[in-house]
Design a protein around this ligand. Structure first.
Ligand code: ADP
Ligand code: MG
Length: 320
């Protein structure tokens, strides 16, 4: 079930194809972070993400949360590798210099940074009509231990770290003017699963963070690991708050294809009890099998599965 993604085609054709690496690069383009050999025992994990007003966050969002969201979504890529957050840089393009806005933004930025243990070490400030925030994060992980998309094994159980679809539901409610509650929080202030990511080192065979929707991101694991997955729709962790306000079908669709949850999806040879014994709490939702792509079992017939999650260059008209 994988159609070519225009965004990944672009990255492959114009960037990855020409990238050449020397011995300093342990892992280049293609995973949640790049890995750089920094010392005999440590690799540095690096990732960068851009948030654009009106596209990645609503124009009327609280600047405190615009900052939290931009930093946390970037830190989520460190979590996906099992890396410890250490440093970040911030490039911000602003239409105006609004002190009240900047004060709230700064407060949110440092609240999120301090919680994660990430230190702001530089950046760039420019004027632009379009508010744009780019956060580059850097973390550390013991050499050779990072969680990769490419390590899934046939027979692994597929896990997710928490409820899925909350951010999509929170966005739908936001658009109706609801700016409070757990679903709003899930959308506006997603939490990077940094502690869990580090706990998973040595216990997970593959991992990715769910930024674009479970099926879209799981597909990256499947492609990188050259295997398939069977997912059980009945096992998806759905929030009571979502089920109370939306149909089961809508909740399931959001869990499978909604973006912005920033939970981890990982595969492990361990069963849930074995993980629990390690202090790892996660929901088993399926298994890795031979083949390509994914199948979703126990899906009611009236759910039209979107075959892809968020893709910046996706045009419905060119999908066959
Ligand atoms: P994520 O969702 O984890 O942030 P992406 O889907 O954005 O990852 O990107 C997939 C891979 O492609 C990552 O390894 C990322 O670093 C790389 N990538 C994305 N855009 C570019 C680019 N313009 N040049 C080089 N590498 C890129
Ligand atoms: Mg990612």
């Amino acid at each position: 079930m994988s159609t070519q993604s225009p965004e990944f085609h672009l990255i492959q054709t114009y960037f990855k194809h020409y990238a050449q690496y020397d011995d300093s690069v342990a892992l280049g383009i293609g995973d949640d972070c790049a890995l750089i050999n920094t010392s005999a025992n440590t690799e540095q994990a690096i990732s960068v993400d851009t948030s654009i007003i009106g596209r990645h966050f609503p124009a009327d969002a609280d600047p405190y949360y615009i900052a939290c969201r931009a930093l946390n979504s970037s830190l989520s890529d460190l979590a996906a590798m099992g890396a410890r957050a250490r440093w970040f840089t911030l490039a911000i393009s602003l239409p105006t210099m609004d002190d009240a806005w900047l004060a709230a933004f700064s407060k949110g930025l440092f609240a999120a940074a301090n919680k994660a243990g990430a230190q702001l070490i530089g950046g760039d400030t420019t004027k632009s009509d379009t508010l744009t925030i780019t956060v580059q994060v850097q973390g550390e992980v013991a050499k050779g231990t990072a969680l990769l998309r490419s390590g899934a094994q046939i027979g692994d159980t597929v896990y997710v770290s928490g409820e899925l679809g909350n951010a999509a539901a929170g966005l739908a409610l936001y658009q109706q003017g609801i700016r409070q509650g757990r679903l709003y929080e899930a959308y506006i202030n997603p939490q990077p699963q940094l502690v869990l990511g580090q706990q998973l080192l040595g216990h997970a065979n593959s991992c990715i963070d769910i930024s674009d929707g479970l099926l879209a991101d799981l597909s990256h694991i499947l492609k990188a690991s050259q295997c398939a997955a069977k997912i059980d729709a009945n096992k998806l962790p759905l929030a009571k708050e979502v089920l109370d306000q939306f149909s089961q079908q809508q909740a399931t669709l959001w869990a499978l294809s909604g973006g912005d949850d920033y939970q981890l999806c990982f595969t492990s040879a361990h069963n849930p009890e074995q993980l629990k014994a390690q202090g790892i709490k996660a929901h088993a939702i399926g298994e890795i099998v031979a083949g390509t792509g994914y199948t979703v079992e126990n899906l009611s017939d009236d759910i039209q599965l979107q075959q892809r999650g968020f893709d910046h260059f996706y045009e419905p008209s060119i999908q066959s």
